[in-house]
Design a protein. Structure first.
Length: 313
């Protein structure tokens, strides 16, 4: 039979709440001054949030915040107003990069989103519904989510949070208790409560690097249209695989890498589990490199094909 130690001191809830409050306030003090209101200049009107990531005025926001604008107006928390030009935007990840005409002062550090765990504190800073520089807090609800971008492409490694987001928060930072940016707030599910999403900081870092180096995010292209289907059992047995889904090629573009590699309409791609997996693998590192794909051909044979992906225009 157990016993109760009467010397155990009761937990001080007030001290814990105060520590939680102090950690959030400290993180906001670090990142908050780097957050700006972003407004399109010319074309369709619209606004959102963004945050500086360097002392020379590089600012990250959402692609849908800048839309097709070439220039934006930037307003900092201390009331300083300047303009900036859009260096590049990637619809597939909903990330855009802006260069302010002058330094905006404070800047924030992009953290390593791979170190996140469910339950970590998540702090959102932005300009929702015209209420400037609003702070909300919650936790990281889930990691590794997938969601469709406006382009139809699947965004991987999306962070789900319950920090309250509203229109105008888009492009603002999702911040850790340590004062590092762990995501870029991008979307909410209309009609749902406490379900919001942010592009992981590691994805944002990759996109920024590609835009600075190439002016765009390079992705490989093999020239097929396909459908994710349930893999017929006879095909799985013939291929010696336990996977239950595959891609059946619906169309092979003439003179594309797939056509040149010998793929045909009706082939099953076996080496990859689905269309979205193919898309994930077709990044810039595959351009101009031999890529092996295992298929179950329309002739009823398991075959290996070598493709040479091209840069997607």
């Amino acid at each position: 039979m157990g016993y109760m130690d009467k010397d155990i001191a009761p937990q001080n809830d007030g001290a814990l709440i105060n520590a939680y409050s102090q950690s959030i306030a400290a993180a906001v003090d670090i990142v908050g001054p780097a957050v700006s209101r972003i407004e399109r200049v010319g074309g369709r009107q619209g606004h959102g949030s963004g945050f500086a990531i360097s002392p020379d005025g590089l600012i990250i926001t959402n692609s849908h915040v800048v839309d097709d604008a070439k220039a934006v107006r930037i307003t900092t928390p201390d009331g300083f107003v300047t303009e900036g030009r859009v260096l590049g935007r990637d619809v597939d990840t909903d990330i855009a990069l802006i260069r302010a005409n002058t330094s905006t002062g404070a800047w924030a550090k992009l953290g390593d989103s791979q170190r996140l765990r469910r339950g970590h504190i998540a702090i959102a800073i932005g300009n929702p519904l015209g209420f400037e520089w609003t702070v909300t807090a919650g936790i990281v609800s889930a990691l590794g989510r997938s969601m469709r971008a406006a382009s139809g492409r699947l965004m991987e490694d999306v962070i789900q949070t319950d920090a309250a987001l509203n229109p105008g928060n888009s492009g603002g930072p999702l911040v850790s208790s340590g004062g590092e940016v762990i995501g870029v707030n991008t979307a909410v599910i209309q009609g749902a409560q406490s379900i919001a999403f942010a592009v992981a900081s590691n994805t944002a870092n990759f996109v920024v690097s590609e835009i600075l180096r190439y002016g765009q995010v390079r992705r490989a292209f093999i020239g097929i249209a396909g459908d994710t289907i349930v893999l017929p059992r006879r095909v799985a047995l013939a291929a010696g695989t336990t996977q239950t889904t595959s891609v059946r090629i619906r169309r092979v573009e003439p003179d594309g890498p797939a056509a040149k590699g010998g793929l045909q309409d009706g082939d099953y791609i076996l080496a990859i589990g689905g269309v979205d997996d193919i898309v994930r693998l077709m990044d810039g590192s595959r351009i101009g490199r031999d890529t092996e794909i295992l298929v179950f051909s329309v002739a009823g044979r398991i075959e290996k094909k070598i493709l040479l992906p091209m840069a997607r225009s």
